[in-house]
Design a protein around this ligand. Structure first.
Ligand code: GDP
Ligand code: MG
Length: 328
């Protein structure tokens, strides 16, 4: 157990004590079995206080301005009377120890605001040893009363899919340029977005931005719509100069209202929860299994057979799982 009791965590979080919230997040990120037990207890108790925020996923290539946008957007939301939590998922940190997201010093002003909470989130899969707990972190933030959860992720690998499975609205940031560059946008992303924001639209860039907008709208036109009666808007602005953020704010509010009214919000959250359940079943099964010294050894052996290409991954997985059930 952590030296802080579950009750102390609950009281602290419900009082919006940021230090306690940060400690609780560290607890749920821990892979120690005793910590996980307390983390689940905590999440269970806080469940009634969750679910009330607007969950926004923000993606786009490195350098497009996601952090700058989130800071400006967060400050705008605070002006509207909201509390904002920012979670940054950095897929690079586990791959090469580097960071594509940059550091949170970019959100200097937002991080000073009493109504804001900023936290990086580990992202590696459970085989890497770290559980993916962004979803659970989000629930803790909701219990602490944050109205907006903004999740930043880089447009590489599977991170967008992951974020789209955690959020209510998926925002894609882009800079001007169309044609060939537009082809480069992964089709998968275009099918996931609810809203596009063209950033860094300043000065002479404006004409080009309008062209890019038309091209994006044309590309979107041929895609099946993700949400009924929602045409993905392409909005223009400058995160650095604080332009266009109000429009994004209004657009997101409209989108969420519509999604709530149609019942899709609850429905999609149920689908997401089902995916989380499946994720945790795998996680706990593997954790339990490998807690057994002998099975852990077998696990490593079969794993090695697979990644050294000595046998097919599926046959090694099957042999390992058969072994578990024989031994119970
Ligand atoms: N001119 C201009 N620069 C911007 C704008 N938004 C971000 N930047 C700059 O672009 C760079 C990358 O921004 P950052 O927010 O870190 O991008 P991220 O990697 O997508 O999070 C920084 O130097 C920002 O100051 C904008 O609207 N206009
Ligand atoms: Mg960033």
């Amino acid at each position: 157990m952590s030296e802080i009791t579950t009750k102390e965590f609950i009281d602290g979080i419900l009082k919006a004590d940021k230090r306690m919230l940060a400690k609780a997040i560290t607890l749920i990120e821990s892979t120690k079995s005793a910590h996980r037990t307390q983390a689940e207890e905590l999440l269970f108790e806080l469940m009634p206080y969750t679910g009330k925020s607007v969950r926004v996923g923000v993606t786009g290539v490195p350098g497009v301005g996601k952090s700058t946008f989130i800071e400006a957007y967060g400050l705008h939301a605070i002006k509207e009377g909201k509390k904002v939590a920012v979670l940054a998922i950095d897929p690079s940190s586990t791959l090469n120890k580097g960071s594509i997201l940059g550091d949170k010093t970019r959100m200097e002003e937002l991080s000073r605001a009493p109504e804001a909470f900023i936290r990086p989130s580990p992202s590696s899969g459970f085989l890497g040893g770290v559980a993916n707990t962004t979803f659970e972190t989000m629930l803790l933030c909701e219990a602490a009363g944050y109205d907006y959860i903004l999740i930043e992720t880089v447009g590489v690998g599977q991170s967008e899919v992951m974020v789209s499975e955690l959020t209510d609205v998926f925002l894609f940031l882009k800079i001007t340029g169309g044609g060939d560059e537009l082809q480069g946008i992964k089709r998968g992303i275009m099918e996931m977005v609810d809203l596009i924001f063209i950033n860094k639209v300043e000065g002479e860039n404006r004409t080009l931005a309008k062209q890019t907008k038309q091209e994006l709208l044309r590309a979107l036109y041929f895609l099946p719509s993700k949400e009924e009666n929602w045409k993905v808007p392409v909005l223009l602005g400058s995160a650095l100069q604080g332009e266009g953020l109000e429009t994004v704010y209004e657009s997101i509010t409209k989108f969420i209202d519509q999604k709530r009214a149609s019942g899709r919000l609850v429905e999609s959250r149920k689908e997401q929860a089902e995916k989380r359940f499946f994720y945790w079943v795998q996680h706990y099964l593997l954790e339990h299994t490998t807690a057994d010294v002998r099975l852990a050894k077998n696990y490593q052996q079969h794993r090695r057979n697979a990644f050294e290409l000595r046998a097919t991954p599926s046959s090694e997985a099957k042999r390992f799982v058969d072994l578990i059930f024989k031994s119970t």
